[in-house]
Design a protein around this ligand. Structure first.
Ligand SMILES: [Zn+2]
Length: 113
């Protein structure tokens, strides 16, 4: 009785199967026997009955907020402006290079006057 399986019928079978209906229920809806449903589902390699406990795969949340040097490079508002982003010195917001620049004693800064 393979001839009764039109593409449309197989599509309906797959759809009802995917929705988790019992083979008897699918057979009733498609007006075919339960055995025909089971046999065709097997031949179509339809997945085994969907588990009601189907859960989405757990995703690991990876933190992207690792500390990074916040020394500004360039000028705010201009193209190319960004923060340094290097690994900061422990306890400071800047990397080694920029911490040295940030915490330099005033007397050592260049005096333009
Ligand atoms: Zn830096």
């Amino acid at each position: 009785m393979e001839s009764m399986w039109t593409p449309e019928l197989m599509e309906q079978l797959a759809a009802l199967w995917a929705e988790g209906h019992s083979t008897a229920e699918i057979g009733r809806r498609l007006n075919i026997s339960k055995n025909a449903v089971v046999g065709k589902a097997h031949r179509l390699n339809l997945t085994p009955r969907p588990s009601p406990l189907k859960r989405p795969p757990t995703r690991r949340v990876v933190s992207t907020t690792a500390p990074s040097c916040t020394w500004p490079l360039g000028h705010p508002g201009e193209a190319g402006f960004h923060f340094c982003g290097k690994r900061p010195v422990s306890g400071k917001p800047y990397c080694t290079e920029h911490a040295a620049m940030a915490y330099v004693a005033p007397k050592n800064q260049h005096n333009a006057a």
